[in-house]
Design a protein around this ligand. Structure first.
Ligand code: ADP
Ligand code: MG
Length: 350
């Protein structure tokens, strides 16, 4: 009775994640005046008499987002919180509460869930966030974690994806691509382990990359830092999917173009070394790797002096009128169209 006999059904892959969300949310009207910003940014913005409340939610699914054969449960719990706080910080807001929901199969003993929650509690403690609720249910297959994060900010502090103007500088915190290369190393070691379970790999050269993958830190400090520097970003997003995809989101929501300079993209030396080891192009990885949880934002040109030379920030480009397009300027000074999967070296390899 459940056979799918209707060949006119549309495959989800033809829409893509963002096409699907747009399709499902098409013509949805916000009925309450308190719903200031609905779908389309890192977090929803609710306005209850002035002070703004931010809400964001994310899933982590076993086999899709994490692999328990190498991801310790404590780290997974920690990361689940980070992923969500990052979206609140991307709105230039303070995160204050989380709810955590889990669906779990009975193959997990109590001790496993204690491990998971030790990571969750540690993250909440370090980031000064309260765990205030959630839901627990059973799962027929893997582990599913859903976290909702709540934060607040003053109205004038909230930074949307939509505020960038032509000539604004494009700035990113930290460095990029390391989490993806950490993932590559874990996947490689998993394959080695399958063949030779007695092999004890020396992972010490990869400490930084593995940490970036297994214990990311959300950039709570950036809001405070920008406050001290007296810089208000004009737009902001966090980097979960890769620099190119997030840059294109800022462009789309702000109706601007961009010039992004390859030689300005911040890379950790160990990331470059491991890219060489894997025969991967480090720029492509920074553009398309994802899971960096750094913040990408734009600032007015007048703030150049305040940002320039700050070790936390790299100025990687500038915004342009939308009609001038979205480009990566390579080291060889070539202008390449910026696409959501980097500038196609990954596609070439596939
Ligand atoms: P992020 O990468 O910052 O977590 P996403 O790409 O997951 O953001 O989501 C983009 C926007 O779409 C967000 O505003 C999010 O709330 C919204 N969204 C995602 N999935 C759904 C859904 N199933 N229904 C309604 N809104 C959704
Ligand atoms: Mg985000």
């Amino acid at each position: 009775m459940f056979d799918n006999k209707d060949i006119s059904k549309t495959s989800l892959s033809s829409l893509g994640e963002f096409g699907l969300i747009d399709h499902l949310m098409d013509n949805v009207e916000l009925k309450n005046t308190s719903s200031k910003k609905g779908v389309g940014d890192d977090a929803a913005v609710l306005d209850f008499n002035g002070e703004q409340t931010l809400v964001s939610t994310d899933f982590l699914i076993e086999g899709v987002h994490f692999d328990l054969s190498y991801m310790p449960l404590k780290h997974l719990g920690y990361k689940a919180i980070m992923v969500n706080l990052s979206d609140i910080y991307a709105m230039n807001a303070k995160a204050t509460q989380v709810t955590v929901s889990i669906a779990v199969s009975n193959r997990f003993p109590l001790e496993a869930l204690e491990e998971l929650y030790s990571g969750i509690h540690l993250a909440c403690k370090i980031y000064n966030v309260d765990l205030v609720g959630g839901d627990t249910t059973s799962s027929t297959s893997g582990l599913i974690i859903s976290v909702t994060a709540v934060g607040h900010a003053k109205e004038e502090e909230v930074t949307y994806r939509s505020g960038a103007k032509p000539n604004d500088l494009l700035v990113v915190s930290g460095d990029l691509g390391a989490a993806y290369m950490g993932f590559q190393i874990l996947e490689r070691e998993k394959e080695v382990f399958k063949v030779n379970p007695n092999n004890q790999p020396d992972l010490s050269p990869y400490t930084y990359l593995l940490e970036r993958q297994m214990k990311p830190e959300a950039r709570k400090d950036i809001k405070e830092l920008l406050n001290v520097l007296e810089v208000k970003p004009t737009s902001m997003i966090d980097i979960s999917d890769g620099l190119s995809s997030e840059t294109l989101h800022l462009c789309k929501h702000s109706n601007v173009g961009v010039n992004l300079f390859e030689d300005k993209i911040p890379l950790d030396p160990s990331m470059i070394t491991v890219c060489e080891e894997f025969n991967l192009d480090s720029t492509t990885i920074a553009l398309s790797g994802g899971e960096d949880y750094e913040l990408l934002f734009t600032v007015d040109q007048k703030d150049f002096e305040k940002i320039k030379g700050n070790p936390n920030f790299s100025i990687i480009g500038h915004m342009k009128p939308e009609s001038e397009g979205k480009h990566l300027i390579t080291r060889g000074n070539q202008q390449i169209e910026l696409t959501a999967r980097g500038w196609n070296a990954l596609q070439d390899e596939e």
